[in-house]
Design a protein around this ligand. Structure first.
Ligand code: 9MR
Ligand code: ZN
Length: 535
């Protein structure tokens, strides 16, 4: 399979004139750059071609330095590949990644003027039943479909919103374009308009006692039908500690961000967060969520709530300034926490963003300790990238379900390192993760739908698989290679394929080619940062 792929791997969406152009080559010949006039303006020797464990390729990243805007031919041995260098090459894909969430909206019509040919009528508007007591019905319309399925899950939704809000807070210039969504033009940046769609739904997922339902789904995944045709009953599944903690943290964060736009909305979110936090305080005995018998939708069975509590404490401190929350965060912290983890299971990294950027001045020694550890860890992430033939900051044995998440997460850390220290030396490594998502990888595939000359086409996504439009819904990022051997049928097809190539661009392969809101969102953060450097 590899033999037929090009020997030069590139970011298929282009390069920025102000940033290094990096390509990967699978040939030891010198790499030359020819401009549009046919002049060879640069030649770089590759020397040796090291073996890359994750892909089993002999491959190397070559840094061609910054190039002025224009079209270039990159030649390595007998092969040539065209690249495009632009002033601001990634705004479009960053915007599309944000708009990708609009396409995940549930409970409203996607009108043609916003959704084009991907329009569809409103879905999932019937009242839901409580799983534990079918006599209780509640109308909980809204939120985003989680992924390729139509479930809506509180923890993953909270994490997605947080990535977007921090993208806005830390890399605002790169993510405030108008996106042609229903709220566009209302005086609020569209990234916040879009995130609010999920926040309004999150508010509805709280029960009277302060807890949050873990999810709102049917008992089983729908077949591949359009969302408006998915009419079976939806259930408010039991509440959980982790959903309550994640929602609390996210709403506290959001209360700060939306304050300047809508005070009442901001206050409501803070009240909701405080109520959730009080419940967690009064109910310290952690009960992990497990799917009730008969329920087969995503479990998101997070086995630890300490990280959610840690994050919530940090965000509540940032939102209220009350010392008790900071003290709580400090007491929950331990040195074995993964400071770089930004996913639905381990949200420690989100607490770390809050500490490093929002509460730094007040946090004293605690801040210094976290900052010191964080910086140390960022150097390790950069080393991982340096050690990889494609520059991908992921060890060969970490290509799990949704490997795009740790890869984008590591890019987020490297970006935060730069924002924190002003040191730009890890920027090329951060950029290689963005390049990975957009084609510079062992598969020669751009993982964002609608972009790249060799792009994902058959994502595991119910609307894309049932709308009879050939292209998938645009602006969605595939989870990417997964050697977790979750699906026997994938294993049967791929056998011992190296981990970075354990991928099928085929609709049934949810284990390698599903999309998810919380994979789009870290990519939004990364795209926002690099776009902010180019605007
Ligand atoms: O993202 C989740 C991944 O970490 C798990 O390994 C996987 C299997 O449990 O589930 C993923 O989440 C899926 C969820 O359960 C249901 N909606 C689709 C999600 C993305 O594949
Ligand atoms: Zn829906």
């Amino acid at each position: 399979m590899t033999e037929s792929l090009p020997l030069i791997r590139i970011n298929q969406t282009g390069y920025a004139e102000s940033l290094p152009v990096q390509v990967a080559v699978l040939s030891a010949d010198p790499v030359s750059v020819e401009d549009a006039k046919g002049n060879v303006i640069k030649t770089v020797e590759t020397d040796d071609l090291p073996f890359d464990e994750a892909s089993a390729d002999n491959v190397k990243v070559v840094n061609l330095g910054a190039l002025p805007a224009g079209e270039y031919k990159i030649t390595c041995g007998k092969e040539t590949r065209q690249i495009l260098v632009k002033k601001n090459p990634w705004q479009e894909v960053t915007n599309a990644l944000i708009k990708g969430l609009y396409f995940q909206r549930c409970g409203c019509e996607l009108e043609e003027k916003y959704a084009g040919k991907f329009k569809h009528p409103a879905c999932h508007t019937a009242p839901a039943l409580e799983w534990d007591n079918n006599n209780i019905t509640k109308t909980v319309i809204g939120g985003w479909h989680d992924a390729g399925d139509y479930g809506k899950y509180v923890g993953p939704g909270a994490v997605t919103v947080a990535h977007m809000l921090y993208a806005y807070l830390l890399c605002g210039e790169g993510c405030i374009d108008v996106l042609n969504i229903p709220e566009s033009g209302n005086g609020v940046p569209d990234i916040l308009n879009e995130a609010r769609y999920e926040l309004e739904w999150l508010l509805k997922m709280q029960r009277e006692d302060g807890t949050f339902h873990h999810k709102l789904t049917k008992s089983h995944f729908a077949p591949f039908i359009m969302p408006q045709d998915d009419k079976d009953t939806e259930y408010l599944m039991p509440v959980s500690h982790t959903a309550t903690g994640a929602a609390c943290a996210c709403l506290a964060l959001a209360s700060r961000v939306y304050k300047e736009f809508d005070e009442a909305f901001s206050n409501k979110m803070l009240e909701t967060a405080l109520k959730a936090y009080d419940w967690l305080d009064e109910n310290p005995e952690f009960i992990p969520f497990v799917n009730p018998e008969g329920v087969r939708t995503g479990m998101y069975g997070d086995k630890n709530v300490t990280d959610e509590l840690f994050w919530a404490s940090c965000e509540l401190y940032a939102a209220t300034g009350k010392a008790e929350y900071l003290a709580r965060a400090e007491s929950l912290y331990s040195d074995d926490m993964n400071l770089y983890s930004y996913g639905w299971a381990d949200v420690t990294g989100l607490a770390v963003i809050c500490i490093l950027f929002e509460i730094r001045s007040a946090a004293g020694d605690f801040y210094s300790k976290i900052k010191g550890r964080f910086i140390e860890m960022c150097h390790k992430i950069a080393e991982l990238s340096d050690a990889s033939g494609y520059g991908t900051a992921l060890p060969a044995d970490r290509y799990i379900w949704g490997s795009i998440l740790p890869i984008m997460g590591n890019a987020m850390s490297l970006i935060m390192y730069e924002l924190l220290t002003g040191d730009e030396s890890l920027r090329p490594a951060a950029l290689l993760q963005w390049d990975y998502a957009l084609g510079l990888n062992a598969l020669d595939i751009c993982f964002v739908t609608g972009f790249g000359e060799r792009r994902v086409m058959n994502i595991h996504h119910r609307p894309s698989g049932s709308d009879s439009i050939e292209e998938p819904v645009p602006g969605l990022i595939s989870g990417g290679p997964n050697k977790g051997m979750n699906f026997p049928q994938t294993k049967e097809r791929l056998g011992n394929t190296p981990s970075a190539k354990y991928f099928l661009d085929e609709l049934p392969s949810a284990d390698t080619n599903e999309i998810a809101i919380y994979w789009n969102s870290p990519a939004i953060f990364v795209g926002a940062f690099f776009s902010s450097l180019c605007s």
